[in-house]
Write a protein that binds this ligand. Sequence first.
Ligand code: 8YV
Length: 323
Amino acid sequence: MPRPRILTTRRWPEAVERQLADRFDLVLNEGDRPMSAEDFRAAFREFDAICPTVTDKLGPEAFAVDNPRTKILGNFGVGFSHIDVDSAKRHGMIVTNTPDVLSECTADIAMTLMLMVARRAGEGERELRGGEWSGWRPTHMIGTKVSGAALGIIGFGRIGQAMAHRAHFGFGMKILVQNRSAVAPAVLAHYGATQVASVEDLLPQCDFVSLHCPGGAANRHLINAGRLGLMRPDAFLINTARGEVVDEAALAAALAARRIGGAGLDVFEREPAITPALLDCPSLVMLPHLGSATRTTREAMGFRVMDNVVAFFDGQPPADRVA
Ligand code: 8YV
């Protein structure tokens, strides 16, 4: 039996690439450049499995191919809103993702952004590197106290709960939760959290709002001008979920008019492009989608994809099937 032919669409941690190459007929994207829809149409004819990432725009155009050879898309990442799941299903392809292994590091980045924006760390570093620091004074670069403040978490899955863990146990924050389904009372009690009925209920009660819901059409512009208007004028918005969840133009306008205290973003609507108006907002901290970017986590993500793909070709159900 020939070994399944597999494509990884970006370079992966070396340890994972080595193990994949031992097990499969592996083709790497040596140049590490994002693939186009045309590249995908060709790849669907050639490979038994394709392992994409968030930079692969797998919309209907990419799936416009007859009788593809590909049977499984082993996504490297927990979010898969870049994959048109209906097209994949129509071709009989299954889709898997990589939950759990990145929850802690993603929550760590959300905490990083929250602390940076509240304590004006980005501004402070820019001032210092710009040679503009005139020295300590009681009124210099006054920020917002994080410990004990109220944190609203939108989306209380694994990453939302990892965020609540840090905020509640580490910073004594009061946790409010908005989630599609009811969260078990024991889970809420563990984090000292209260679930509210809607985003509208949550926003006016929070000093910080952190987004941990999925992306995709259902949550596109969940945070829009109207909802930004419901936030307290000194509150902060943190997004480590997906760029499309926030209307970037509305956020830039709210920041420019100082209608909210500030924001921290790790994800963007049109990555790697940034809405130009955001670059002019001093009360905004931006990171280049670093949520899962630690060696431990990126290796764990790769091995998790491998487990799913190996299970599939061994005739077993992959553990992380999402479609
Ligand atoms: C990944 C992420 O690095 O897993 C996710 O959903 O957002 C990131 O942490 C990226 O998506 C890889 O595809």
